[in-house]
Design a protein around this ligand. Sequence first.
Ligand code: GDP
Length: 197
Amino acid sequence: MIVKQADFVSSNTEVNKLPAADKPEYAFIGRSNVGKSSLINAMTGRKYLAKTSQKPGKTQLINHFIINNSWYLVDLPGYGFAQVSKKSRAEWEKFIRQYLRQRENLQCVFVLIDSRHEPQKIDLEFCCWLGQEGIPFMLIFTKADKQSGVKSDQNVAKFRRALKKWFEEIPPNFLTSAETRLGCDKILASIDEINQN
Ligand code: GDP
């Protein structure tokens, strides 16, 4: 897929104010600082579409972008801010989980994981929850340019192994870099494939 058009649609703090669910939708989520905004910008070829490096504690928004006038790309607020209070964390959970459970046009959630790290409990638990809810997801390992291919592959394999405890079948994964655009076209191709089915 070539991204010919990518535009901001809306930012929302309430699930009932989201755009009409009339197009297939793909959501991107991960720990804060995982490289989500950078990857969205690299994938769409727009330097400033998603805002990078937002400060913790900012209003948590569901950002909708329209791509090629045919599907929505959704930038979800990051999880795992160490500094965030229990109350804000609980609010995040309620808001995002409600969105993920209820959004009828949601085709797939892309869970972003930093390829430099060993499997983290928070990411594993989130994938597990998606599985329990029956929400389709795929894994995106970010920042692959920051270390050797061998190291990235090892961390990807460890994460997949950790998920095996809960899943019979582990969803596909992509190794990516926002710096080199590694993996971006593969993600777009997988979206294309789902859109065509
Ligand atoms: P977000 O909080 O998940 O949206 O993360 P950002 O996209 O703001 O990225 C957090 C930091 O990681 C920024 O300093 C980015 O420049 C850096 N970063 C993000 N993706 C990559 C990548 O693929 N390679 C490298 N080298 N740095 C990255």
